[in-house]
Design a protein around this ligand. Sequence first.
Ligand SMILES: [Zn+2]
Length: 212
Amino acid sequence: MIRRCPQHGFFRGEHCECGSAGQLLLDDTKTEQLGRLVAGGLRHFPGDLGLQMDSRGWVDLTRLGEVVAGRHRWANKELVMALVASDPKQRYEIQGEQVRARYGHSVDVVLDHPDNELSGLYYGASEEEADRIIEIGLKPASQRYVHLSTTPEKAWHVATFRTGNPIVIRVDAAAAQAAGVKMMTVNDDIILSEMIPSRFLSILSSKDIPRM
Ligand SMILES: [Zn+2]
């Protein structure tokens, strides 16, 4: 659910960090419905919803408010702003009168987040996938960019949702970027990258992955 604290603004869950219960804006069901619609519009099928997206993924916020109101009578632009501001994964961002997804696109966008400055990044894969990746490189599959993790533990954890016993691949991010591979920092957990040639990839020994 999304609530609003009079002092600290929008938040998820029962209580703001200050302890206030604030005011209820959206229950869990509506938060999920609005979240799915906004993700569809900003990541996957803007055109189907009647949204115009520019090359960097930006969409007009007022227009998105109209689109969500057209689908759900209770929805509006202010609730989109509440969804964005309270999102625990920082999926979206608002700049002036525009809004976009920060990662997770399947539509073709060219994002302009700050360049990544970490030297090593990580990707979790099944054993079968890992063999192929080491051979041909790491390419985005259903998404516009490859999503990399900032630590081996996080990469391992993310991959456990897809496979039983993940292999963690280390990306020599500094060398890849020096060779022209574009990598961008989204948040503390996620780095986006374009295709990474296999010469910058190596399999991390499982003893080097502290389990969470
Ligand atoms: Zn508060």
